[in-house]
Write a protein of this length. Structure first.
Length: 399
């Protein structure tokens, strides 16, 4: 055999990705940044949507819904958005507060009596919403199968002791957030947050988002995959500086894309982590906040309640994500403030939430804009993925 035949063959480069959808000319920079994510930032499949004053001005998608590149990303492709789903969970609580059914300054035990155990009788509802309850993770081993058991997970949270004095500092409640806020919602309404959100918001507004994923919709779901960090600088410092609290929050249990692709994960209700939707859906849900409580011609929250979502609870170095954020940050009553880092654009009072690996929801009431970005190739950072930041920068360059 000749040397030519023996030489290793370089696989052909993937064909350029075609971006589909609609983008108003004013927001051409968003389209350019989205296309650049595929060319230069290892995007596989993704979608981005922007609303301005409740009107969709960007609705783009492209790439592949699976790692083998056999399924194109379509207009209605769904994907697990990880913690970007915490915004809709917070919305459930604020809906109840707006109706006078939930007092954010009341002890959690008023609604969930067993929660008062282990010194938690003074933990307030606002502490749950702002990640200040001291319950970033459980102290005992909690498996993925345990996590799928709502009653077991909430019972263990009710019985456990806080890791720090509640109300004094934030420590990102990575997975526990959805069960803590969600159980309060369930105690008041009889519904878990997924069903309550569907009844009150996503159903009436026709928003393509669910907590968990009905079995009949699994065929629309994108396959999640992971891109390892190319260098220490690219990866999240949080994962290089794991503390006891970080381990409790991030690794009890360990959850990754392989788990999130399973029928068991999709069938469960893990409100802080397994919301599924399109970019259009994320932009609409965060558009409720951007529209000061209104979206699609329908009022969901009063303006006062919508404003309360970004009521800062004090800037500090987060006890779980501090190393990853590189300094102080501030969480409102459910969402992160853009602040001096500009995580959600140059308006320090813009706010939003990132999802593990890159997805994002953003709301800026002053500019009247919301943004939803969803992705299936997860980057190595917990927050501020370069692809997300490129889209945020492009959005504000157009305003």
């Amino acid at each position: 055999m000749s040397a030519t035949h023996d030489a290793p063959r370089t696989p052909p480069a993937p064909a350029p990705v075609r971006v589909h959808g609609y983008c108003e000319p004013r927001f051409a920079a968003v389209r350019e940044a989205f296309e650049e994510n595929f060319r230069a930032r290892r995007e596989l499949g993704a979608a981005v949507a922007v609303t301005l004053d409740g009107r969709t001005v960007v609705d783009l998608w492209g790439g592949w819904a699976d790692a083998a590149r056999t399924r194109a990303w379509e207009r209605d492709t769904l994907v697990n958005v990880w913690s970007t789903g915490k915004g809709p969970v917070a919305l459930c609580a604020h809906l109840l507060a707006d109706r006078g059914l939930l007092d954010l300054d009341a002890p959690v035990a008023r609604y969930w009596p067993r929660f008062a155990a282990a010194g938690k009788e003074k933990v307030l509802v606002r502490h749950l919403l702002s990640h200040r309850a001291g319950l970033c993770g459980l102290r005992e081993r909690h498996s993925l199968e345990d996590l799928y058991d709502w009653e077991l997970t909430t019972a263990r949270l009710a019985a456990t002791e806080p890791w720090w004095e509640p109300g004094t500092r934030s420590g990102y409640h990575v997975v526990t957030y959805g069960f803590l806020v969600g159980e309060v919602v369930r105690r008041i309404t009889g519904l878990k947050p997924g069903a309550f959100l569907e009844r009150e918001v996503t159903g009436p507004l026709g928003i393509d988002f669910s907590v968990g994923l009905p079995a009949g919709e699994h065929g629309r779901a994108a396959e999640l995959t992971r891109t390892p960090a190319a260098s220490d600088e690219e990866g999240s410092p949080t994962f290089r500086n794991l503390t006891r609290l970080s381990l409790a929050a991030l690794a009890n249990p360990v959850i990754g894309p392989a788990h999130a692709n399973t029928p068991e994960w999709r069938a469960a209700e893990v409100p802080a982590g397994n919301g599924h939707g399109t970019a259009r859906a994320v932009a609409a849900l965060y558009g409720v906040f951007a529209g000061r409580g209104s979206f699609g011609g329908r009022r969901i929250l009063s303006p006062t309640a919508a404003e309360r979502v970004r009521e800062g609870q004090g800037s500090c170095v987060d006890l779980v994500l501090g190393a990853g954020l590189g300094g102080e940050s501030e969480i409102g009553l459910g969402l992160w403030l853009s602040g001096p880092r500009g995580a959600y654009g140059p308006n320090p009072r813009a706010f939003g939430h990132d999802g593990f690996g890159g997805s994002c929801g953003l709301a800026d009431p002053e500019a009247g804009v919301s943004l939803g970005y969803v992705v299936n190739r997860m980057g190595p950072r917990i927050m501020d993925d370069p692809r997300k930041m490129a889209l945020v920068d492009a959005l504000y360059s157009a305003l």
